[in-house]
Design a protein around this ligand. Structure first.
Ligand SMILES: [Zn+2]
Length: 281
C-alpha cells in the first residue's frame, strides 16, 4: 500500500515536471550596445540598404508583408522586446531576407517566390525577428570587438553616427559581417523563438522546418545564400518539431487570405542581378 502511494506521488511529480517544461526560455546574451544603440544602428543601416537595394513600392506587397509581420509582432516575446519592427520588400532573386539590429527587415522577392504557403514566409520572418529580439548581431559584434568597442560606442566619433563608430573598428554590413552572419548557436535560438512567434500568430511552426528542409534539398544557385548567413544547426528540423511539442496545443489556422495574390504580384517583379548583401562599409 505504502509502495503504491510512493509510486503515485512519483508519477505525479514526473507529470508536473513534464508540464512545467513548456517552451524554451530564451534571453539575449552579453552585449556592449544599449537597446537604443541597436535601434539607432538599425535605422542608419536601413537608410544605407534603401540606397543600395531596390525597395519595392508596390502598395499591395508592402501591405501584405506588413500584415504577416504585425501578426508576429503581436506575439508576447516580440511585443515585450519593444523593438520598432518594419517590413520592406526588395527586388532580389536570391532566396533570402535579413533583419538589422533594432528591427528593420528586408524580404527578397526571391523568398516570396519560393515559399509554398504563408506560414513558410512567416517562419523566415519570425526567425529573422528572433535574431533582433535576441540581439544576435550586436552580441556577435560585442564579442568580436570586446576591447575597442566600449570606447568607440561611448565616443562622439563621426558625429555620433553608429555606422561611423562601427566603421572605426572595421564592422560594416558587407559580406560576412558579424552583424548579419550568425553562429549555429544563434541559429538554433532563432529557430526556437521563431516557432513561438509563429504559433502565437496562428501559423504552424512546422512549416518553418519544412521550408528549411526544402531549401537544403533544393540547393542550387538560389538556395544556399540563406544558409551562408544562417548556417544549418544539427538536426534543425527535429529541434523545431521538439519545441513545437512543448508549446500549448492550439489550432494553427490563421492566414491573410492573400497568399495567391501575393504570388501573382511577386511573380511580376523584375529583379536586378543578385547583390546578396548590402555593401555599406
Ligand atoms: Zn538565422
Amino acid at each position: 500500500m505504502r509502495k503504491t502511494r510512493h509510486m503515485v506521488s512519483l508519477l505525479f511529480l514526473l507529470a508536473t515536471l513534464l508540464v512545467a517544461q513548456g517552451p524554451t526560455k530564451l534571453h539575449p546574451g552579453f552585449n556592449l550596445f544599449s537597446k537604443d544603440q541597436d535601434v539607432q544602428l538599425g535605422k542608419e543601416s536601413a537608410a544605407e540598404v534603401r540606397k543600395q537595394m531596390t525597395v519595392i513600392s508596390d502598395p499591395f506587397l508592402t501591405s501584405y508583408v506588413n500584415r504577416v509581420g504585425k501578426r508576429l509582432v503581436n506575439s508576447p516575446e516580440a511585443r515585450d522586446s519593444g523593438y520598432p519592427f518594419t517590413f520592406e520588400v526588395v527586388a532580389d532573386p536570391t532566396i533570402n531576407a535579413f533583419a538589422l539590429p533594432g528591427g528593420p527587415m528586408f524580404i527578397n522577392t526571391g523568398l516570396l517566390k519560393a515559399v509554398d504557403n504563408e506560414a513558410q514566409l512567416a517562419g523566415v520572418m519570425g526567425h529573422e525577428m528572433s535574431h533582433v529580439i535576441l540581439r544576435h548581431g550586436t552580441n556577435q559584434a560585442s564579442k568580436a570587438q570586446l576591447i575597442q568597442l566600449p570606447a568607440v560606442l561611448g565616443s562622439q566619433v563621426a558625429g555620433g553616427s553608429m555606422v561611423g563608430k562601427l566603421a572605426q573598428v572595421g564592422i560594416g554590413l558587407g559580406a560576412n559581417s558579424v552583424l548579419l552572419k550568425f553562429s549555429r548557436g544563434a541559429e538554433s535560438q532563432a529557430d526556437l523563438m521563431g516557432s513561438h512567434l509563429m504559433a502565437d500568430a496562428g501559423y504552424d511552426p512546422v512549416q518553418m522546418a519544412k521550408f528549411f528542409e526544402k531549401l537544403s534539398s533544393e540547393g542550387g544557385a538560389r538556395g544556399p545564400q540563406f544558409f551562408s548567413d544562417h548556417p544549418n544547426p544539427d538536426n534543425r528540423e527535429q529541434a523545431i518539431q521538439k519545441e513545437v511539442s512543448r508549446l500549448p496545443k492550439r489550432k494553427y489556422n490563421y492566414q491573410t487570405g492573400d497568399f495567391q495574390k501575393m504570388k501573382q504580384s511577386a511573380g511580376q517583379i523584375k529583379e536586378p542581378a543578385p547583390k546578396q548583401q548590402p555593401q555599406t562599409q
